[in-house]
Design a protein around this ligand. Sequence first.
Ligand code: G4P
Length: 542
Amino acid sequence: MFNREQLTFATKKYSIVKIAEEILRRRTFGIVSHPDAGKTTLTEKLLLFGGAIQEAGAVKSNKIKKSATSDFMEIEKQRGISVATSVMAFEYLDKHINILDTPGHQDFAEDTFRTLTAVDSAIVVVDVAKGVETQTEKLVHVCRMRETPIMVFINKLDREGRDGFDLLDEIEGKLGLKLCPLSWPVGMGAEFQGVYNIWNSSLLLYEGNNKQKIGNSISINDLNDPELEIKIGKEAATSLRNEIELIKAVYQKFDKNEYLKAKVCPVFFGSALNNFGVKELLDCFVEIAPSPQPKKAEERSVDPNEEKFSGFIFKIHANIDPKHRSRIAFMKIVSGEFQRNKNYLHVREKRELKFSSPLTFLASKRAIVNSAFPGDIVGLPDTGNFRIGDSLTSGENLNFKGIPSFSPEHFRFINNADPLKSKQLNKGIDQLMDEGVAQLFTLESNGRRIIGTVGALQYEVIQYRLEHEYGATCSYEQYNSHKALWVESKDKNQLDAFVKLKSRYIAADKFGRLVFFADSAFGLEMAIEKFDELIFHEKSEY
Ligand code: G4P
């Protein structure tokens, strides 16, 4: 017989082992791309492999169509759909995979940046004909800043596109990534026959002329095998041999550790629409992609294997039911096991909260979850308790780092259009900013409020939501500024002198941090030159 102490010890040990096993099974990642490169199509094909959906078309596109840019009601509707597709979990080869959706539309880029703080790795989709596009560049830049391991999927090989080597050069040059091709296309467009998988030396060919049907993959250990000519023809076989030889000469051999350190990115080719080359990508992904990683808090680094629970809010989705101002706060679990109906510490507010109906997301379905593990994303129904970046723990005072705000690109004064509703307006602005819809700055000189956004669309969304959810009306006035920069310095005298001289352009952000509105690139250059002890940051976390 065990005594009570021994039993407690055994239960604790069992729970640590269970959590460790669950962590090793987790793969939490995001797919990033410029709109139209094929992110939604690829996501859908991955879910099909995981059996999370049964047919193509089941995942509603989360992208905000170009045609909708002037119709924010439509955008809100689409954002409503995107709650369901914000996280998609599925099981594949005994791995538990969480895909975090990232809006491709540039006006919601900030949303995507924040989501990238919750992924352990990323897959970048590039259109073979269009190559590297602006949005891809921005998003990959964020991944690189965070040293997120990246895999690249070059899509739409069934169409005429760019030469493979040129494209790899462009990706390396523009995205600053070191690449290592793990698959290579046999032909392209009308000539596209399939993909040679360098990772496991096999050849995957379309069946006959039917681009929707995939034949069996053939193991080709030696590319000089005469079988190759029989399968793909003499010309294609010669090209493939030459190209693979060139790849081996030019690109270094794949090293998993280098990938995990975000020093090299494996590349796959295929066609998401035709479900071609996707399984190869997924098989390699589950094998090499990292399980949940330690995360830095201001106080210390937190390891996923720690027994005590901790997590952080990286996204808040409002408007689930506009009448009740209901929201869902998305939390990534960093360590320990999260349990339903258990008290946790809301660190910023220093009070305990418990959740009776936390949600998980399976493909397009939501379900109440009883327990979840590091790497998982849990949706917490919220009535205004949370702010992006908030931490929740088993009791420890931990503040997770790494959810920066970036300098917005558009600035407008916000004015109250109905003096009787100033309370409602203030509350509305406060909550929308907590959700991360936009950034609020208050000018030091006159207390006027400026809303900064990444896209012009946000102003319409804010105005509409203030009116419909808070009963407040606002008007805007253009504020011309080149950039908003967070300023710091160890030299207090110089900082004071700067603030005095530039008082018209000095503001505080929502957390009271000092922000400088540079009126032009030249003005900024001059300020940097003159005040050489000041540091000007383009993002709020430094
Ligand atoms: P996104 O989420 O990155 O914005 O892209 P999405 O998957 O919606 O794909 C954009 C368009 O590209 C879609 O066509 C999609 O069918 C097409 N596409 C995706 N993968 C491939 C591929 O491998 N080959 C080819 N030829 N096309 C591909 P659409 O006409 O804009 O939309 P839809 O009407 O097909 O939904």
